[in-house]
Ligand binder design. Structure first.
Ligand SMILES: C[S@@+](CC[C@H](N)C(=O)[O-])C[C@H]1O[C@@H](n2cnc3c(N)ncnc32)[C@H](O)[C@@H]1O
Length: 307
């Protein structure tokens, strides 16, 4: 039975955030929220189930047959009846859980999502917004080299953007210390000005194309120099970040932005509106984000009249 509803999977620990944003919630199943009508523009979700249906099943085998009849690729979101759910998933075509080797593109095969509500009821959506099971983007990680795991957040944003800094491009990494993002950019062959009040890891500072500047990123205003990319992971109020980003946007010279908006308590969500007002940009909760949203914008994605 087709539900006149959409499913939203909240990031772990951010269920209350999603609950506050969503209108017309019909049911909550663990982290999965079912809300009336078509997709709503919410932020605190890692995957959206676009066309959920309720399916009655008589057995594990029946569930497998019914899901397979819809399509091949299914990701399980289990919040109860774990064993039964795993038995069903185990008989569905295998979905590769192999971590992505950045900068490989995301998987292209259609991936549906399903869950078991009770012994004999499945909710399944053949289309969802993330090509990764439950929106969990996993990468082949580097155990040594980067000074922390923050580079995974940048990799995830760049994977969504479908573009990354490359040789010949100049990046500004604001709030760069200890240097995870700068490490990732240098490896891609781009040059990077890394600015932070705190020092950069000396091994990162010595990498090709890296120039470290000590001080506040907000003192660096458009004018004297230009950048292809503005990257920011600065811990600051999102309003402050917006005032600074706006100045760079207005120059029209910076082509790409990846900026983390960091929230404290329940305040400063007002800044979301400013970032979202930028046509063609996206504000998302990445799998690697904590109490943060990531703003992603590329002029390359705009039509000629807007770029
Ligand atoms: C989450 S950390 C950044 C981690 C970094 N992206 C990485 O990959 O290693 C946030 C950084 O923002 C820096 N920061 C805070 N205020 C700043 C400012 N006004 N200008 C530059 N950096 C600032 C802090 O010193 C801190 O190093």
């Amino acid at each position: 039975m087709r539900l006149d509803a959409t499913g939203y999977l909240a990031p772990r620990g951010f269920e209350a955030h999603l609950r506050r944003e969503l209108r017309g919630v019909l049911a909550e199943h663990g982290r999965l929220f079912i809300a009336r009508g078509q997709r709503q523009p919410v932020h605190w979700t890692e995957n959206v189930w676009l066309d959920p249906v309720e399916i009655k099943i008589r057995s594990v085998k029946d569930a497998v047959l019914k899901l397979r009849a819809i399509q091949r690729g299914w990701a399980l979101y289990a919040f109860k009846l774990f064993r039964r759910a795993e038995l069903i998933q185990g008989q569905l075509p295998h979905v590769s859980a192999r971590p992505l080797e950045f900068p490989a593109p995301p998987p292209r095969s259609p991936l549906g999502s399903w869950t078991l509500l009770d012994e004999d009821t499945v909710i399944a959506s053949s289309h969802s917004t993330s090509p990764f099971p439950n929106g969990e983007v996993r990468f082949e990680e580097f155990k040594s080299g980067p000074p922390n795991r923050a580079y995974l957040k940048l990799w995830e944003a760049l994977t969504l953007l479908g573009r990354h800094p490359r040789q010949g491009e100049r990046c500004l990494d604001a709030g760069a210390s200890p240097g995870g993002w700068t490490w990732a950019v240098s490896r891609l062959g781009a040059t990077v000005v890394a600015i932070d009040r705190a020092p950069l890891d000396p091994r990162v500072e010595q990498m090709p194309g890296v120039e470290y500047r000590q001080g506040s990123a907000f003192s660096l205003r458009p004018g004297a120099e230009s950048f292809d990319w503005i990257l920011s992971d600065v811990v600051c109020y999102p309003e402050r970040l917006w005032n600074w980003v706006k100045a760079w946007l207005e120059t029209g010279a910076v082509r790409h932005f990846v900026c983390t908006l960091k929230f404290q308590g329940d305040q400063h969500y007002g800044a979301i509106e400013h970032f979202e007002s930028v046509k063609g940009s996206r504000l998302v909760h990445l799998h690697a984000n904590k109490h943060e949203l990531t703003w992603i914008f590329s002029r390359d994605a705009l039509g000629p009249q807007d770029a």
